[in-house]
Design a protein around this ligand. Structure first.
Ligand code: OAD
Length: 233
């Protein structure tokens, strides 16, 4: 791959699996242990806020014990050393890209370490629990929810993402099953624009056949090797 000047990377739960964070759809994943309608929809939150707040408190607690792995570190190195344009679009609500040192990161599904006030709609950095109904730091209402995008809600910064894909010459998807839209459609958007596409995933995904190239293996091995290729090209 030569003359790559503008890269958009999409990451999913698979990139954080080797850090000990549960994926969603693998055997034993979060959606086997929990009902999506109960814990990841606005309707589920309205029905049983305690259950939902507890679920995200549990995930925030798990995140506090996790560390970035070799794949996050490799992308942080790419971010630091690649002189072209780069955008890491992550579906993950963890902060492992940032903790590895990456700066050009966009969280399209929100962040565990952010709270959204349903009263004043302000976002606040959040590291503590939410199930004890703390006051919003901005308006003081006890109305905080996790700042994560639930099914039926619009992912964040879609215009910026589509703009970046339009300018890209390479789109890379890492550790995502290609089951959830709109992220699952980015590869086709990229191909329609004649952008080169590469998938790095443990196994073939629902969308593998859309990619020009698909490599199978652990992110902790595939991603550092690919970053070496890009930085030495
Ligand atoms: P999934 O759990 O659907 O898919 C994870 C993918 O990572 C699978 O294809 C695995 O094969 C792969 N994988 C697992 N371990 C890996 C490893 N060590 N190295 C490389 N790949 C590995 O997770 P996502 O695709 O991220 O959305 O899920 C997308 C969205 O669905 C999530 O953001 C979340 C979920 O519902 C919302 O909650 C809105």
């Amino acid at each position: 791959m030569t003359d790559i000047r503008n890269i958009v990377i999409l990451t999913g739960a698979g990139i954080s699996a080797e850090s000990g964070i549960d994926t969603f759809r693998d055997a034993g994943g979060l959606w086997e242990q929990h009902n999506i309608d109960d814990v990841a929809t606005p309707e589920g939150f309205a029905r049983n806020p305690d259950l939902v707040l507890g679920f995200y408190d549990m995930r925030r607690e798990a995140l506090s014990k996790a560390q970035p792995n070799a794949a996050h570190q490799a992308l942080a190195r790419l971010d630091a050393e690649f002189s072209g344009d780069l955008l890491i679009v992550t579906q993950n609500v963890d902060d492992l890209h940032e903790r590895a040192g990456a700066k050009r990161v966009l969280h399209m599904h929100g962040e565990l370490k952010s709270a959204l006030c349903t009263a004043c709609e302000m976002r606040s950095p959040w590291d503590a629990t939410l199930s004890d109904r703390p006051a919003c730091p901005v308006c003081q209402a006890p109305s905080l929810r996790p700042d994560v995008v639930w099914f039926g809600e619009m992912p964040y910064q879609m215009e910026r993402i589509y703009g970046a894909i339009r300018e890209a010459d390479l789109f890379v998807s890492i550790g995502t099953s290609g089951a959830v839209y709109p992220a699952a459609g980015f590869v086709r958007d990229a191909r329609d624009l004649a952008v080169q596409t590469l998938e790095l995933n443990l196994e073939r995904s629902d969308g593998s056949h859309w990619f020009h190239e698909s490599r199978q293996g652990r992110a902790g091995e595939l991603v550092p090797a690919w970053v070496d290729e890009i930085l030495s090209a």
